[in-house]
Every structure is written in C-alpha cells, then in structure tokens.
Design a protein around this ligand. Structure first.
Ligand code: NAD
Length: 467
C-alpha cells in the first residue's frame, strides 16, 4: 500500500459556485434530452474502461485491495449499471399511462411523467470508493438530473483520481466533484438540493437528514448495521462455509452487507467452524499477511477501534487475531462467544472478525435479531423452507439471501437499500432512475364539453332543497 499525493480539498468558496453552476445547467434543460443522458453515461463507461490500471492502483493504495477485486466488484459492476441504463433509458423515460377511471374520466388521457428531480447531491463513503460514488451518479444522469458528488476523504487516493477524471469525461457544467472532509460536507449541506443520496454511517445519516429538513429536501440514506447470518443443521455446511468466508472477509470485512455475526445451530457448530477455517486458509494462505488477495483495515483510527473490540471481548479466539498496526493488518479472526452480551455484538464490526453465537432453537435467533436495530442484510442457510420462511416472516432487514450472502446486490432489478436504522430509500437499475425522478401526475383534457364541468357550475342549489 503506497499512499501517494495528498488529496486537494475543494476551497469552500468554490462549493457555492459548483452548486450554482449545476443548478443553472439543470434549469437550462440541457440535461433533459435522452440522447444527452446516454452520451454522458457512455462517457462514464469510457472513464472506467480507459483508466482501469489507475483506478485499481488508487483503490489498492487506499485499501490494499487486489486489482481483480476492484475490477469485478466496482469497475465492471459500474460499467454494467451505466450501459444497462443506456439500453433501457428509452423504456424508463416513457413514464406510465394509467387507465382513466369511469365514469367521469372515460376517454381522457392521464399520464405519470418521469421527470428529473433537479440538482442533486451524492455523498459517498470509503469502502467501495468507486462504486458508491459513481453508481448513484449513474442514476442521477439517467434521470436527467445535474449532480455534485462528494467522495470520501478517507479513501483519499481514489478521490484524487476521480477529481482528475470526472471533469475530463463528463459535462463539467452538469456534474461536478467536491473533495473534502466535514467543513466541505457541511458547506454542501447548507445549500438547497433537490435530493441527497448519502451512503455511510447512521450518526452522519442523522446530520444529513437534519440539514436536508431545513430545505425540505428528500433523502436516500444508505446506512449499515449488524447483518446476521444463520446456519441451521439443515444447511449444506460446505456451501455455507465457502460463501460466508468470502462474504465476511472480502475487503477485510469492510462491506456494508457482509455477514457481521454468525448464529449457528449447536449440533453443526464444530463442523461449520472447521470448514470456515479451512476456507480461510485456502483463500488467503497460512499467513494472510503475505497474500495479495487480502485487504487491510482502512486507517489507524479504524484499526484501533476494531482491535480494542477484540481486546474487550469475553470470547475465545478460534482462529486469527494476528495483528500489525503499522501495516494495518488484522488476520481473519473467528471468535466463539459464550453469550450474545459481548463487545463484538454491540455495533456493526466493519472488520475481519466473525463472532460466533450458538443456538439450539431458531426462535432464539429471531429474538436476538429483533432485539437489535434492523440490519441492512440478513442471511439464512437451510434447505428447510419452513425454517427460512419462519425467519423471513419474523424479522426485518434491507435485503436477504437464503443460502447465500452479499450477492443480492448484483441483480440490478433488485432494489438495494436499508430499512429502519439501516436506511431509507433504495437504488440500482430502474430504481436508481426512479430515485432521482419525480412521478408527475398529468391529466389532459381535450374536450370543450365535459361531464365534470356540470359539477363545477355554481352556485350550488339551496342547501334545504339539496338534502
Ligand atoms: P466515511 O467516513 O467515508 O463517511 C461517509 C461520507 O460522509 C464521507 O464522504 C464523509 O466526508 C461524510 N461525512 C463524515 N462526517 C460528516 C459530517 N459530520 N457531516 C457531513 N458529512 C460527513 O464512511 P463511513 O461512514 O465510515 O462508512 C462506513 C459506514 O457506511 C458503515 O456503517 C457501512 O455499513 C455504511 N455503508 C453503507 C452502504 C450501503 O450501501 N448501505 C455502503 C457502504 C457503507
């Protein structure tokens, strides 16, 4: 991991200009034509395809992420999002033509027009710094909005590369990038936007929503949470181990929909843990510190936070726990918890630590999950549909997989978003387009003589005669 040039923050005075320029461009109707939107989406696709090495290098400098992982989970996904929007945009912009209800509206034309919401703000976090900055932007461009994006200052290398590339590829009057930390975000939040999409933690989510309320600006909040994974005795253990191990330790556990903690049925616990350990060694070797496929904790603040959680835990370490602060290394770590009352069960871990809680009865897991904030994801491994149905019917979460983890983010026709403490609103695919669109109800009346006009002819009769 080499940290290159420091990130140049946008001067506070320039932030108002960025907002004014993008707003003026929106009002000029430049971003409305479908062909313009498609051109910008194609340019975004070019930005990605022509700069794969630079983008992978930047993400690697921020997170020690393997280029293949960045290419697969960020760049290729974004290219698919952009080009799918190009392909389907004509269909999406058509809007809806609901049937006019009889008798008063018979023969009349009604429409729900899909119109751009306006000038929008996108604030992104550091853990998938390309995807979480650019995927919402794809929705905003597709919808015909103008936008300012604020990547995370924590992933400074990627934010710097984006600051170089976005003005080179996209229409600089319509899409701008602002870089910085809290003062820059605070300035952005003072301004009036037509929508804000924020991805990050719930504490800042509340700051965003409070600032947005002053302008009655709608928000989408993509937050996190403690996403459980349940494995019952009716699961295929090898399959569960393979999928949980990858989903948990991918990006060093810094994935918003990573399984946060494991709830395992007592009778299969030893077998499942043995399989997960085996998979860890297969994926990252006996010493993951030497593996180029193993990422790092993002910075010293987070390294201290996660290692101190481990130090306070009452659990027994079953695997891992090797550390090196200088290189921000923490090995894939599995901890057996004597009970669910533990430092590792307080907040979202966002770390390569898998706490294990043992259960004997599925109802115990449901009670535990429901005693916590609603998670962004919930996973259950079982071949017994009664079990998966019971869990689905008895809990809430942003998204779910049965017999898998994380992959529900891939199909663009599944909306991605949280509920309760894990967020509000959703995007991806057509949902991204709709997230930045207004469904404008429109009634067309082409008749001079119309039955409703009788009702509008006043005065009303004498009330005594009318009743
Ligand atoms: P972060 O620290 O990068 O913060 C996110 C953004 O908020 C940054 O751009 C940052 O500059 C801005 N910010 C920070 N403090 C602010 C303030 N006081 N006012 C205004 N803006 C401010 O990222 P993070 O919050 O550490 O991200 C990790 C969290 O994000 C985890 O909880 C994770 O689960 C969640 N997350 C959610 C999703 C999702 O899609 N739901 C995706 C990724 C991460």
């Amino acid at each position: 991991m080499t940290v290159s040039n420091t990130l140049k923050y946008t001067p506070i005075e320039a932030i108002e200009d960025a907002h004014a320029t993008t707003r003026k461009t929106f009002m000029s109707k430049k971003t409305r034509p479908v062909e313009y939107r498609k051109t910008q989406l194609r340019k975004l696709n070019e930005l990605l395809s022509e700069n794969i090495p630079a983008l992978c290098q930047a993400v690697n400098a921020d997170l020690s992420k393997h280029p293949q992982e960045t290419t697969m989970f960020e760049i290729m996904a974004l290219q698919q999002h952009a080009m799918e929007a190009v392909e389907l945009l004509d269909e999406w912009v058509k809007g809806e033509e609901p049937e006019a209800p009889a008798p008063f509206f018979t023969g009349k034309r009604m429409a729900i027009r899909h119109e751009p919401l306006g000038n929008v703000l996108i604030i992104a976090p550091w853990n998938y710094p390309l995807r979480l900055t650019l995927s919402p932007l794809i929705g905003a461009i597709a919808a015909g909005c103008t936008a300012v994006v604020k990547p995370s200052e924590v992933s400074a290398n990627t934010s710097r590369v984006l600051a170089d590339l976005i003005p080179k590829y996209l229409d600089n009057d319509a899409y701008k990038i602002v870089n910085g930390g809290i003062p820059e975000s605070t300035k952005l939040l003072e301004l009036k936007w037509d929508k804000i999409l924020y991805t990050g933690n719930g504490h800042v989510g509340r700051i965003i929503m409070t600032a947005a309320a002053k302008h009655l600006t709608p928000v989408i909040l993509e937050l996190g949470g403690k996403s459980p994974v349940i494995v019952t005795k009716n699961a295929d253990i090898k399959t569960a181990a393979l999928r949980i191990t990858h989903g948990k330790f991918l990006n060093n556990g810094q994935t918003c929909i990573a399984p946060d903690y494991l709830l395992v049925e007592k009778s299969i616990k030893d077998e499942l843990i043995a399989e997960i350990k085996k998979k860890v060694v297969e994926n990252w070797g006996e010493n993951p510190k030497e593996s180029s496929s193993y990422s790092r904790v993002v910075n010293h603040h987070h390294w201290k936070r996660v290692t101190s959680l481990l130090d306070r835990s009452k659990g027994k370490v079953l695997h891992g726990n090797d550390r090196d602060e200088e290189s921000l290394y923490l090995a894939p770590t599995i901890v057996d918890l004597p009970s669910a009352e533990d430092s590792l069960m307080e907040d979202e871990l966002f770390a390569p630590i898998l706490p294990v809680v043992t259960f004997e009865n599925l109802d115990e897991t449901i009670d535990l999950i429901n005693s916590k904030d609603t998670p962004l994801a919930l996973y259950i491994f079982t071949d017994d549909e009664k079990e998966s149905n019971l869990v689905l019917e008895s809990t809430r979460s942003g998204g779910t997989c049965v017999n898998d983890v994380v992959v529900h983010i891939i199909p663009t026709n599944l909306p991605f978003g949280g509920v309760g403490e894990s967020g509000m609103g959703a995007y991806q695919g057509k949902d991204s387009f709709l997230a930045f669109s207004h469904r404008r109800s429109t009634f067309y009346n082409t008749s001079d003589r119309y039955i409703m006009d009788d009702v509008r002819t006043l005065p009303y009769p004498d009330p005594e005669q009318a009743t």
